[in-house]
Design a protein around this ligand. Structure first.
Ligand code: NAP
Length: 247
């Protein structure tokens, strides 16, 4: 198990990859805080899955792009539950479109949620971790932050930015025994990818050596390693979980 007594906040924990991370961390003994922005029903479903399996989970709704809400809720959580030991910056959105037609609103929305949200949540969480001289931060980036992707300049920029945040925070916090790493998923079966056409999915499979899309649990496994004692000497790194599509 290994995470007994630890509190773990997973942003965007209501569905998809975030849900699998919540379930996995709870199975390792952590008390999990499931963040969501609008889908409280999905968040409650995640909570129920954890409780049914004998784990501990609380809901914590806020928009990661809303600095005030984010700081207020994280402070409240730390005051009530004593600590925030593990933060997984997983909340993310896409607003795809070719650069020539991409609106500034689409750019801002994706950068605010995916990149600024990680900055704000990490800042709020790091204070508590520094006091305790223990912490784990995992940023969920993307293969697209490394390879680029037509139609995703906003998303690719946000995810590439996460790599810079990860390495810089890793250097800033290492002396306080806080590790900061990222996991870069390839194409994973979730709501985010469910609308990919059959033609695109078929083309993708030809580009993935392991010839299948990944599952949320594949990503949760990498996060579990990074926050466990086995990952204690790993910081500033990225684990690529993509079936080999980017090497
Ligand atoms: P998903 O199924 O669309 O779920 C997105 C999650 O993020 C939901 O829990 C959603 O909450 C939450 N969220 C969105 N905006 C938010 C905000 N402003 N504040 C708080 N929470 C917010 O996505 P996913 O596929 O699991 O992706 C999870 C992460 O993995 C994202 O960062 C994504 O970029 C990354 N990723 C995914 C893939 C993939 O193929 N799926 C590949 C590479 C990277 P609600 O339920 O309340 O809407």
């Amino acid at each position: 198990m290994g995470l007994e007594g630890k509190n773990a906040l997973v942003t965007g924990g209501s569905r998809g990859i975030g849900r699998a991370i919540c379930v996995r961390l709870a199975s390792m003994g952590a008390q999990v805080f499931i963040n969501y922005v609008s889908n409280s029903a999905a968040a409650e479903e995640t909570q129920q899955m954890i409780v049914d399996a004998g784990g501990k989970a609380e809901l914590i709704g806020f928009d990661v792009a809303d600095s005030e809400a984010c700081q207020t809720e994280i402070k409240k959580m730390i005051k009530e539950f004593g600590s925030l030991d593990i933060l997984v910056n997983n909340a993310g959105i896409t607003r795809d479109g070719l650069l020539a037609r991409m609106s500034e609103d689409s750019w801002d929305a994706v950068l605010d949620t995916n990149l600024k949200g990680s900055f704000i949540c990490s800042k709020a969480a790091a204070r508590a971790m520094m006091k305790k001289k223990w912490g784990r931060i995992v940023n969920i980036s993307s293969v697209v932050g490394f390879s680029g992707n037509a139609g995703q300049v906003n998303y690719a920029a946000a995810k590439a930015g996460m790599q810079g945040i990860t390495k810089s925070m890793a250097r800033e916090f290492a002396s306080r025994n806080i590790t900061v790493n990222s996991v870069a998923p390839g194409y994973i079966k979730t709501d985010m990818t469910k609308d990919l056409s059959d033609a695109i999915q078929e083309k993708l499979l030809t580009e993935i050596p392991l010839a299948s899309l990944g599952t949320p649990e594949d990503i949760a496994g990498a996060v579990a390693y990074l926050v466990s004692d086995d990952g204690a000497y790993v910081t500033g790194q990225t684990i690529h979980v993509n079936g080999g599509m980017y090497m």
